[in-house]
Design a binder for this molecule. Structure first.
Ligand code: PMT
Length: 209
């Protein structure tokens, strides 16, 4: 999965985030260039997808969830690089919401499906599951707890408070956590270079299976 999701408030407004799709597309391109057949389920992105991958557009968390479910049975590796909204408006309005003199407006939100957790829980034999964690504090602690809660094989933790890391940059600074307790702390590098580091770890995991 790649990019940010858009959760409709009404026909003209949505809740989203700063994901550009650069990180996820870099992983897709790196995998394709190693000979993998790659399907990307992409939300909102500000950059073009690589040429040699199959792209399915799915804008909201629930659309992304449905698209992933459809595509997953043929996958051997799932990489969740998307910034999926954790909450979406509980009742998106059918018509544009008017101000009507209101100074304060309350929006009720409901939890979205956790695509990565579900993929991991219902995984078929041989599927490797890689997640990302974009954190601002206790980066490794939160990333490790996501790995455990969601039963992941690898987690790529990015500290989005660092210059050159996280959303909408061409570079990233990440630590790759492995299920055996390994921590590979990487310096600033292009997202494309990081993509290759992630895939190198995936290859190592595959080799020990
Ligand atoms: O797209 P870019 O601008 O290049 O930015 C890259 C990135 C910062 C978006 C990317 O590197 C990244 O960290 N993606 C995960 C962002 C995030 O906020 O993750 P999270 O901590 O909310 O979620 C953890 C993991 O669960 C992620 O793999 C996410 O895809 C997945 N998830 C989360 C919620 C949900 N409802 N479904 C999910 O699948």
């Amino acid at each position: 999965t790649v990019g940010g999701t858009r959760e409709a408030i009404d026909p003209v407004r949505f809740i989203s985030n700063h994901s550009s799709g650069k990180m996820g597309f870099a992983v897709a391109e790196a995998a394709a260039s190693r000979g993998a057949s790659v399907t990307v389920v992409a939300g909102a992105t500000t950059v073009e997808p690589p040429a040699n991958v199959n792209v399915i557009r799915a804008m909201s968390a629930s659309e992304m969830h449905a698209a992933v479910k459809t595509e997953l049975s043929s996958a051997t590796i799932f990489v969740g690089a998307a910034a999926v909204a954790d909450y979406a408006p509980a009742n998106a309005a059918n018509a544009k919401i008017k101000k009507d003199g209101r100074d304060v407006m309350t929006l009720e939100l409901k939890k979205t499906p956790d695509i990565l957790a579900e993929v991991s829980k219902n995984r078929h034999n041989g599927l490797l599951v890689v997640g990302f964690a974009a954190e601002t504090n206790d980066v490794i602690g939160y990333a490790r707890s996501k790995m455990e809660k969601k039963g992941l094989d690898l987690v790529v933790a990015n500290d989005i408070t660092k210059d050159g890391a996280g959303f909408n940059t061409d570079t990233n600074i990440a630590t790759i956590l492995t299920r055996s307790g390994g921590e590979i702390e990487l310096p600033l590098m292009s997202k494309r270079e990081l993509a290759d580091k992630i895939l190198d770890e995936v290859v190592k995991l595959r080799a020990v299976e």
